[in-house]
Ligand binder design. Structure first.
Ligand code: SF4
Length: 85
């Protein structure tokens, strides 16, 4: 199965708060990074408006937070169009 293009350097898994929680990271990697990464909130923001807009500690399933970021970016840019990646 394909793997997320950001997995090698995903800041989430390198954050100190996250590194220590091995069971959680194993589950998330299995479910999202090496599974359905298109559903990952981090992936969606990175591929829509850019990796620099992804909060370091945002979890792959924090949908509400990611929707707010995308909505806010769209409102500020005024275009509503996704950025080129
Ligand atoms: S957390 Fe999301 S963006 Fe990071 S590697 Fe996994 S699927 Fe990709």
């Amino acid at each position: 199965m394909a793997e997320c293009q950001f997995l090698a350097k995903c800041p989430f898994f390198n954050a100190e708060e996250v590194v220590q929680r091995r069971h959680l990271t194993a589950y998330l990697k299995e479910t999202y990074c090496r599974g359905d990464f298109a559903r990952c909130c981090r992936y969606q923001i990175a591929t829509t408006i850019g990796r620099e807009h992804v909060p370091t500690l945002m979890m792959p399933d924090q949908t509400r937070w990611s929707e707010e970021i995308l909505k806010s970016h769209s409102a500020h840019s005024g275009s509503g169009h996704p950025a080129q990646s």
